[in-house]
Design a protein around this ligand. Structure first.
Ligand SMILES: Nc1nc2c(c(=O)[nH]1)N[C@H]1C(S)=C(S)[C@@H](COP(=O)(O)O)O[C@H]1N2
Ligand SMILES: [Mo]
Length: 200
């Protein structure tokens, strides 16, 4: 059962490992906001306070996280705001192809708009009924199960709509621009033409 949900070379995590680069941000709800910028249909930026974000329609999905270091966390129940809901609330311009998700301290991850807004993708506040803990991304983290988990940014603060793809934090530092775990797209040297913008 679970075996079929494990992409090649992945193993089942014991518990829920904590993986990130840099410090865990302080929880400062009064300063928190989520910004949407870049190529919006309206041409105007949008900003949600914690309260405004909490008023958006909520969803729940069951999905997996696959870390490029080879552990996978299977079948979590994530609650939050579906990325589809955000995209409906804040429509991108017609020529948007990708998004850059921004987190605290300048962490970023790029992905296609299709992966970002896929039905299984969610901006999560809870896992298995429990609020996220600070080390897992409280107050808001992305979960995009179709891509390696470095794309599932914790401590999300902004979503930028892009009309051309641009590399995020790890995608500039040797990791694969697309990062499909089922195709083991781990490193940038595996990229084919068209998988991403040129590396500098
Ligand atoms: N802001 C931020 N988000 C991040 C990371 C990070 O370094 N910074 N690491 C990513 C990586 S590599 C993984 S595997 C997952 C791990 O999520 P977890 O700690 O909740 O298991 O978070 C991702 N999100
Ligand atoms: Mo990871």
């Amino acid at each position: 059962m679970s075996e079929q949900r494990l992409p090649p070379s992945q193993y089942l995590a014991r518990g829920w490992p904590v993986v990130h680069y840099g410090p865990i941000p302080k929880d400062r709800p009064e300063l928190w906001d989520l910004r949407c910028f870049g190529a919006l249909a309206t041409g105007e930026h949008r900003r949600f306070t914690l309260e405004e974000f909490a008023a958006l329609p909520r969803s729940s999905v069951r999905s997996d996280l696959h870390c490029v270091t080879k552990f996978s966390l299977l079948e979590s129940e994530w609650d939050g705001v579906a990325t589809q809901t955000l995209v409906e609330e804040v429509p991108p311009a017609d020529d948007v192809t990708h998004v850059m998700v921004w987190a605290e301290y300048g962490y970023s991850a790029n992905m296609s708009l299709a992966d970002f807004a896929a039905p299984a993708s969610i901006l999560a506040t809870h896992r298995n009924g429990e609020p996220l803990t600070p080390e897992h991304g409280w107050p808001l983290r992305l979960v995009v199960p179709s891509l390696y988990a470095w794309k599932s940014a914790k401590w999300v603060r902004a979503v930028e709509y892009l009309t051309a793809d641009r590399r995020g934090f790890w995608e500039e530092r040797g990791y694969h621009n697309v990062a499909d775990p089922w195709r083991e797209q781990r490193y940038s040297y595996q990229e084919d033409a068209g998988d991403g913008p040129p590396l500098r």
